[in-house]
Design a protein around this ligand. Structure first.
Ligand SMILES: [Fe+2]
Length: 226
């Protein structure tokens, strides 16, 4: 089902008149711990002809993922500059745990990549939400040092956007001048506000983000309603 719904999302993209300069995949590329699953992912995403930047999620297997994404158009947890923007992928995963944590060296890498870039604007991509979702079960598997992350990106003065996956539902809020965006899954969605695990009837989705050279941006959540 995840394979067919991802195909439907890609078909939707191909049929639309909107084109991306690059694709960011915010983790959980696979679910069954197999190299074969990554090969399927690469086959589908590789056919688009656009660079694909991926960060790991708790369902990924870092070693297999690195190996599968070791050549263009794929990039594993890498940063890229585009116009006056720096896009940074960071790893929030902890082996053997569904919840996330940003280690000190990963936060330091984020700081140094921002400092080393001449770009005036930054978008940070991570798997776990740095904010509470208001859903009891999901908030036990969020980012346990989200406050530290939010403080660090605020201090940088350059981070305009932070985007995440993991929670299979939309999220859009401003946190002291930084836009925090969660994008639903390309397959099933989790019921918002639920105390326990539950899926809802929302369709697969993806998000289009347009980064402008003056630091402004637009974004649009696209649901596959048809
Ligand atoms: Fe996840």
């Amino acid at each position: 089902m995840t394979h067919s719904s991802l195909c439907a999302v890609l078909d939707h993209y191909h049929d639309s008149d909107w084109r991306a300069d690059l694709i960011v995949v915010t983790g959980d590329l696979i679910h069954d711990d197999s190299r074969r699953a990554y090969d399927h992912f690469c086959e589908l995403l590789g056919s688009i002809g656009t660079p694909v930047y991926c960060i790991p999620g708790n369902h990924d297997v870092r070693a297999l993922m690195r190996e599968a994404l070791d050549a263009p158009p794929f990039h594993y947890c890498e940063s890229v500059e585009a116009g006056d923007w720096l896009i940074v992928g960071i790893d929030s995963c902890v082996s053997g745990r569904a919840g996330g944590h940003l280690e000190a060296d990963e936060l330091a890498r984020l700081d140094s990549e921002i400092a080393a870039s001449s770009a005036s604007n930054v978008m940070v991509c991570l798997h776990h939400p740095p904010v509470a979702m208001g859903s009891k079960w999901l908030d036990t598997v969020g980012l346990d040092n989200g406050d530290e992350f939010l403080e660090r990106i605020k201090v940088s003065g350059k981070v305009r956007l932070a985007i995440f996956g993991h929670v299979h539902q939309p999220y859009d809020a401003d946190h002291q001048g930084v836009r925090i965006l969660g994008t639903p899954s390309t397959c099933r969605q989790f019921a918002q506000g639920s105390d326990t695990f539950a899926v809802d009837e929302n369709p697969p989705a993806y998000r289009r983000i347009s980064l402008q050279s003056d630091g402004n941006y637009q974004h649009e959540l696209v649901w596959l309603t048809t």
